[in-house]
Design a protein. Structure first.
Length: 317
């Protein structure tokens, strides 16, 4: 590989590394993965001027600070940053194993490195506002687009994900023991998720099912009369966002995921606890701290009853 020769010419990697360490990975990795790994090694060695066989705490700290700086400045994605640290950790762990087998000490300093969850932080300015969400709903209603209206409502009021919207079957909609409409998703890994539907959403879905005579299978269909896919739902949303931007009613583009984040924000603002919202929206409580920068809540109650967005019309044409 040309990249290998370039590094060797810069005297950052030793023949020992190339012939005893890297040769092992070359036999185990695909061509594409080899290139990705070697690019990471090259970047590390050039920055620290060290062979991975001779790393020290200072070199690893320098490289980690470099990664964090690029991450915080937005010049590197969180996934790529994680990948680079993981590659160096893997390389050095193999070196540690080989060295220990030969009776030499070698410390893998990358085992002590972790990255902050920077891209897991939700910025309020990136979320759609209440007015922007209401505009999307109003436009779908004015277009008599019942499906779009319900999809947007399920995300805004219930915090459903786009994949949950796509996979939703009419059989999943049922009454609980208190005669409340709910969605019962199939069990995954032994865990069943049941979502209580607010009254306004219940009325919308009941009318939609009756009007369209949907008795089984997918609740939502695309123009090809097949199950609505995630990309189909995103196209519908993008159409209304584009209209809103053109009419100066929407200031920024947002996704269905952004709408879901906004839904969680509004549940918390409405008074539901983090535990209730996490359970209702199907996420683990460890992710809830990312919403604390937006809202702080301590009251216990059903998350379904505490979303501050009110669906303005229950009667669809």
């Amino acid at each position: 590989m040309d990249s290998e020769n370039n590094i060797k010419n810069e005297n950052y990697l030793s023949d020992e590394f190339i012939n005893t360490i890297w040769i092992f990975f070359r036999t185990k990795l695909s061509d594409r993965t080899q290139k990705e790994y070697f690019a990471v090694i090259k970047n590390f060695s050039k920055l620290t001027e060290r062979d991975p066989l001779k790393i020290n705490r200072e070199a690893v700290s320098k490289y980690t600070d470099y990664i964090k700086e690029k991450l915080e400045s937005g010049r590197l994605s969180y996934t790529t940053a994680q990948m680079r640290i993981s590659v160096m950790r893997t390389i050095c762990e193999y070196i540690r194993f080989i060295m220990n087998e030969k009776g030499y000490e070698y410390f893998n300093y990358f085992n002590d490195i972790s990255l902050p969850d920077i891209d897991k932080t939700i910025k309020e300015e990136m979320l759609p506002t209440v007015n922007e969400l209401n505009y999307i709903l109003e436009q779908a209603k004015n277009d008599n687009n019942d499906m779009a209206f319900i999809i947007f409502s399920l995300i805004i009021k219930c915090g459903l994900t786009s994949s949950e919207i796509s996979s939703l079957n009419v059989e999943y909609i049922m009454l609980d023991i208190n005669n409340n409409f709910c969605i019962s998703f199939p069990s995954k890994k032994g865990v069943t998720r049941i979502i209580k539907l607010p009254d306004d959403i219940s009325d919308l879905i009941d009318s939609y099912i009756s009007t369209n005579a949907i008795y089984e299978g997918a609740l939502f269909y695309n123009k090809r009369k097949t199950r609505l896919k995630v990309r189909d739902a995103e196209r519908i949303l993008n159409k209304y966002i584009k209209r809103g931007i053109e009419n100066k009613k929407i200031q920024k583009h947002f996704t269905m995921q952004s709408m879901r984040h906004a839904a969680i924000q509004y549940m918390l603002k409405g008074g539901a606890s983090e535990e209730a919202v996490a359970d209702y929206t199907g996420i683990t409580t460890k992710w809830m701290p990312r919403y604390r920068r937006i809202v702080n809540s301590s009251l216990l109650s059903d998350a379904a009853d505490y979303n501050i967005i009110e669906i303005r019309s229950k009667n669809m044409h």
